[in-house]
Design a protein around this ligand. Structure first.
Ligand code: HEM
Length: 207
């Protein structure tokens, strides 16, 4: 049994750990928008635009990285196929809403300091690719091509986790350099997303 097969039962935990920073930040930011006294910075920028779209983005993003994580549990799929099917339908709708809300945010939401056109371009490429993968994964399962379905879902999950894994690379970057700008942030997000995709492709090819 190779290492990927041996680690398969722990996949949901790995996924949630990789997405934990945006998951926790998302819950905290949503509660802050709803009026709770949470000390996250930059709230003036957030409240200056469409917080409803941001909340849709955060809710569907958190759903995708938590409920979605359990779709990759081999044991759950085998023992509760009906759960996998119904969760999958819900997650398809959530993923489309995540994609569309992210497109809107990337194009129109006021950008955080240091984010500029490079971050915007990377976000647009990542989220458009995510949407294409979700549609390909859904159409594969409709024609009962389960191998292709699993492959596209692994790739889509890997891309969505780029928001989480970029944080770890950013922290390492800040430990070795204090340069922070649009190019650095865009490159780190592009690198994290590409690395996730390369790892996803290795996992896909083992099947
Ligand atoms: C699929 C790739 C994703 C892209 C390209 C993306 C992009 C964005 C954009 C453009 C914003 C607007 C505010 C800003 O500029 O900071 C945003 C906010 C946010 N996103 Fe995402 N997002 C993605 C996935 C996710 C996922 C999966 C989660 C949750 C697990 C998430 C959690 C958040 C949170 C917490 C915020 C609010 C940030 C703040 O409080 O300043 N995102 N995202």
């Amino acid at each position: 049994m190779n290492i990927i097969n041996r680690l398969a039962p722990y996949t949901p935990i790995f996924i949630i750990l990789l997405g934990i920073v945006p998951i926790l930040a998302g819950i905290a930011r949503s509660l802050q928008i709803l009026g709770l006294p949470i000390g996250l910075p930059d709230i003036e920028r957030i409240l200056s635009s469409r917080t409803d779209i941001l909340i849709v983005h955060i809710t569907t993003g958190v759903m995708f990285c938590t409920l979605g994580a359990f779709q990759f549990s081999p044991r759950l799929r085998k023992r509760h196929p009906l759960f996998h099917r119904w969760a999958g339908r819900t997650l398809f709708a959530a993923a489309i809403m995540l994609g569309l809300s992210t497109l809107w945010l990337a194009l129109f939401f006021p950008q955080a300091i240091y984010n500029g056109s490079i971050v915007k371009a990377v976000r647009l490429i990542v989220i458009s690719s995510f949407l294409v993968m979700i549609v390909l994964g859904f159409s594969a399962v409709r024609r009962k091509d389960f191998v292709a379905h699993q492959a596209w879902m692994i790739r889509a999950m890997a891309l969505s986790l780029g928001t989480g894994t970029q944080v770890y690379f950013f922290v390492v970057w800040m430990m070795i350099s204090n340069v922070d700008n649009d190019l650095i942030r865009g490159s780190i997000f592009a690198f994290a997303s590409a690395l996730n995709l390369v790892i996803a492709e290795r996992i896909v090819r083992r099947y």
